[in-house]
Design a binder for this molecule. Structure first.
Ligand SMILES: *Cc1c(COP(=O)(O)O)cnc(C)c1O
Length: 230
């Protein structure tokens, strides 16, 4: 099933790129493997996948050393400052930097270990109370502060859109994140790159791609529904 799912998602990404006049190579598919066993990850690897996303530090640390080939890992869930030290030297892309304080801790640990760390800033575009992330107005001042951190490198923005029945309802959220990233890019801030827009999940990645996503994070659409009770 995983093989067929990956083929389907890739096809769908391709079609969305065609509709939006975009080069499919601009869009990276991250397979979100949270709660799924290693054998599922290995099957996805056999199908050519090399980008995987996890939302919990502990699960990520358990899985990382066990995969059979080198893959790029993405931390997509909320990161507590006290866990930064465990993952700082693993070459991750951290999608979920949601406070300047967290960036400061990443800088401190990265300096200690003499590594560089690529991050995205998580933006709560929809202003949902239940979600982490900077409000759109907070992003630019945060970027300006974090840009001065020598070991932390902003590569772009990420958002988690609300769950909606009709993905069209999230179009303006994706468009707004894109606009925000273009605004920041136009300021040419040193040590800030806005090439990554991480947005779109199983339910809405087509719309996200039409609105400029360069990373889509797809879990259910690749691995099937998650069971949190086992
Ligand atoms: C779980 C998760 C995803 C994947 O969600 P699906 O709807 O299963 O595709 C994407 N992004 C984040 C941040 C997640 O936590």
């Amino acid at each position: 099933m995983i093989e067929e799912n990956i083929a389907f998602v890739k096809q769908t990404i391709h079609a969305a790129c065609m509709r939006a006049n975009r080069n499919p190579e601009e869009v990276t598919l991250v397979a979100v493997s949270k709660t799924k066993p290693l054998c599922d990850i290995e099957e996805a690897i056999r199908c050519g996948m090399r980008e995987f996303g996890e939302n919990k530090v502990q699960e990520l640390m358990e899985k990382m050393p066990k995969v059979s080939v080198p893959v790029q890992w993405h931390l997509i869930g909320h990161l507590q400052t006290n866990k930064v030290k465990y993952i700082i030297d693993q070459g991750l892309l951290i999608h979920s930097v949601d406070t300047v304080k967290l960036a400061e801790v990443i800088q401190k640990e990265a300096e200690k270990k003499q590594v560089d760390c690529n991050i995205l800033l998580e933006v709560n575009v929809a202003g949902e109370e239940s979600k982490f992330g900077f409000s759109p107005e907070e992003v630019l001042p945060a970027v300006e502060t974090i840009a001065r951190m020598s070991k932390v490198h902003i590569k772009g923005l990420m958002t988690i859109a609300p769950f909606v029945e009709n993905p069209e309802e999230n179009r303006s959220i994706f468009a707004n994140l894109h606009k925000l990233s273009l605004d920041i890019k136009s300021r040419n801030i040193d040590n800030v790159n806005m090439s990554v827009l991480s947005m779109g999940m199983t339910n809405d990645y087509e719309v996200a791609i039409e609105e400029g996503a360069t990373i889509v994070r797809v879990g259910t659409g690749i691995f099937g529904t998650r069971n949190y009770n086992i």
